[in-house]
Ligand binder design. Structure first.
Ligand SMILES: NC(=O)c1ccc[n+]([C@@H]2O[C@H](COP(=O)([O-])OP(=O)(O)OC[C@H]3O[C@@H](n4cnc5c(N)ncnc54)[C@H](OP(=O)(O)O)[C@@H]3O)[C@@H](O)[C@H]2O)c1
Length: 279
């Protein structure tokens, strides 16, 4: 696996964990960041360049295949693809169920489709979430998820999403379960494309499930932050740089056998909430 002087592509690279990851991966080669908002893109580019990073930027919307085609074609003009970090995503407190399916689910599919033929000994990293582990995926879900290009993918996906079971979580709103579903899909989709990606000269694909990281996405959940902190083993949120550091380590030489899996980085949130702890 060679990353040196290859391009590190980061969708959602204009903010939070994506931006932190773009910075960390710049040690390997030039970086290309993408996002929808042009002003945010320009600010992030300025920040990267001010640190002496060879950075490129282009607006893109991962829910639109044609936008991703332009993004991927541009990427190819810079350098061969070393890594493709798909950090673009929206959260349940700001997005409708439909937008969540379009961006978090179909976006993951469209990003891979746009880049698959450009992968060559490259690594793809998708962002799932610890919330994906709370989604009770059924065989019917997988049947729908197998065909992300079907015309009724959004409707069929949402039809199968159950309401919030635990009424103590009702305040999380109507998009919460679709969000959990979208992140469970990211894990599934990553695994379902392992063989296809490997055929691109031993390219790898993994997903990472963050717990709660202090990014602009979480800033909108101010009232829940104390509960979130308490729900981890370390009683704190993760920092974007910690995620960037994990991704950089996983991309470094020596991890060539790692593919087709989801890696949890959540400060022990899932373990302490779901598994009875030994005393
Ligand atoms: N923060 C957490 O605690 C946490 C926990 C679990 C999972 N995650 C996941 O981790 C990833 C990164 O999260 P973060 O907290 O770093 O988020 P963030 O700071 O809110 O950044 C999200 C990024 O995605 C971009 N984006 C959103 N929709 C897009 C679209 N349709 N097309 C292209 N870019 C789009 C945003 O830019 P524009 O808005 O300008 O497009 C922004 O650059 C997300 O997938 C998120 O779901 C985060």
């Amino acid at each position: 696996m060679t990353l040196e002087n290859k391009l590190q592509v980061v969708t959602g690279g204009t903010s939070g964990m994506g931006l932190a990851t773009a910075k960390a991966l710049s040690e390997f080669g030039p970086v290309l960041i993408g996002g929808r908002n042009e002003e945010r893109l320009n600010n992030a580019l300025e920040e990267l360049k001010s640190e002496g990073i060879e950075a490129y930027g282009k607006t893109c919307d991962v829910s639109k295949p044609e936008s991703l085609k332009e993004f991927a074609d541009y990427a190819e003009t810079i350098a061969p693809i070393g890594s493709l970090i798909n950090a673009a995503g929206v959260d349940f407190d700001v997005a409708s169920p439909e937008a969540i399916v379009k961006i978090n689910m179909l976006g993951t599919h469209y990003v891979l489709e746009a880049f698959i033929d450009k992968l060559d000994d490259s690594t793809v990293v998708n962002f799932s979430s610890i919330t994906g582990y709370y989604y009770p995926a059924k065989p019917e879900d997988f049947e729908v998820w197998m065909n992300p290009d079907s015309d009724d993918f959004i409707e069929k996906t949402l039809e199968l999403v159950p309401p919030i079971q635990d009424q103590r979580a009702a305040h999380l709103g109507e998009s919460y379960m679709p969000y959990c579903c979208s992140k469970r899909f990211v894990m599934y989709y990553t695994m379902a494309n392992t063989q296809r990606v490997a055929e691109k000269n031993n390219s790898r694909i993994i997903s990472i499930a963050p717990g709660s990281f202090m990014t602009p996405m979480l800033a909108t959940q101010e009232e829940n932050l104390e509960i979130i902190r308490k729900g981890t083993a370390f009683k704190r949120l993760g920092e974007p740089d910690e995620m960037a550091s994990l991704i950089k380590a996983l991309l470094s030489p020596g991890h060539e056998y790692l593919t087709g899996c989801d890696i949890i980085m959540d400060g022990g949130k899932y373990a302490t909430s779901m598994i009875k702890q030994m005393e």
